[in-house]
Design a protein around this ligand. Structure first.
Ligand code: NAI
Length: 240
């Protein structure tokens, strides 16, 4: 059987880990890109391999053009059939706009927006060679609604939606689709302080989501050749 490979950024923990495991359980080979925690990355790789698939982790800052290029070359050597790219790596550096430091603006835009662009740019040639591919960008309801204290994050996630639609139009003729998922509040390290706050009671479904909710949507998009340029909210109704 031909190898089908998922490349996932920020795949060592949280939503990214859940996506990696669900795709592994569906038979995909998994190439994980992560920022810093070697231990967590190793654990996730082992958990993926438990599904009898190939899995490797690569430490790489997605905001660095050189690192992304080198890492993609290493992934290309190890894996064939690269068919899905999930841009999941993301950070927050919250603060009110009037007090926001330049570096907090730059770090968030670099990781959350420049990172996906660099990953897409380096993956397109592989997809073209395979005559198709699926790109899935993890945006946020913050990018749809805005959020006080998150000027940098909301801008990066709204920008990611613009990037998604441009890439979808640019590559549609090549059987490459590009879609975004906009999660609401999902239980992970990023949101561990939000449990039992009034923010959560404003969600129509009345609770936070789980990482698996996002993973299932990513797998759905990976197997949906006729959906492109779409943004799917997975938010318990928060942004309707
Ligand atoms: P997390 O903080 O648990 O995990 C983030 C992952 O991104 C980690 O694996 C980390 O190593 C990686 N990462 C961070 N900066 C990186 C860089 N420069 N280069 C490579 N990897 C890097 O986050 P979580 O909650 O799992 O979020 C995943 C994605 O979902 C993010 O893009 C986030 O913005 C988005 N999201 C999360 C929501 C939530 O409620 N948890 C809500 C809406 C969107």
């Amino acid at each position: 059987m031909n190898e089908c490979t998922l490349i996932i950024t920020g795949g060592s923990r949280g939503i990214g880990k859940s996506i990696a495991l669900l795709f592994a359980s569906s038979g995909y080979s998994i190439a994980i890109i992560y920022a810093g925690n070697d231990e967590k990355a190793r654990e996730t790789v082992e958990e993926c391999r438990a599904f009898s698939v190939k899995a490797e982790a690569y430490k790489c800052n997605v905001a660095s053009s050189e690192e992304v290029k080198e890492t993609m070359a290493a992934i290309r050597k190890e894996f064939t059939g690269i068919s899905v790219l999930v841009n999941n790596a993301g950070i927050t550096r919250d603060g009110i706009a009037a007090m926001m430091k330049d570096e907090d603006w730059n770090d968030v835009i670099d990781t959350n927006l420049r990172g996906p662009f660099l990953m897409i740019r380096n993956t397109i040639p592989l997809f073209l060679r395979n005559k198709g591919g699926r790109i899935i960008n993890i945006s946020s309801v913050s990018g749809l609604m805005g959020n006080p204290g998150q000027a940098n994050y909301s801008a990066s996630k709204a920008g990611l939606i613009g990037l998604t639609k441009s890439i979808a139009r640019e590559l549609a003729q090549k059987n490459i689709t590009c879609n975004a998922i906009a999660p609401g509040f999902i239980r992970t390290d990023m949101t561990k302080n939000l449990e039992n706050t009034p923010l959560i009671s404003s969600i129509p479904l009345g609770r936070m989501g789980d990482a698996e909710d996002i993973a299932r949507t990513a797998l759905f998009l990976a197997s949906s050749p006729y959906i492109t340029g779409e943004v799917i909210r997975v938010d318990g109704g928060l942004a309707m």
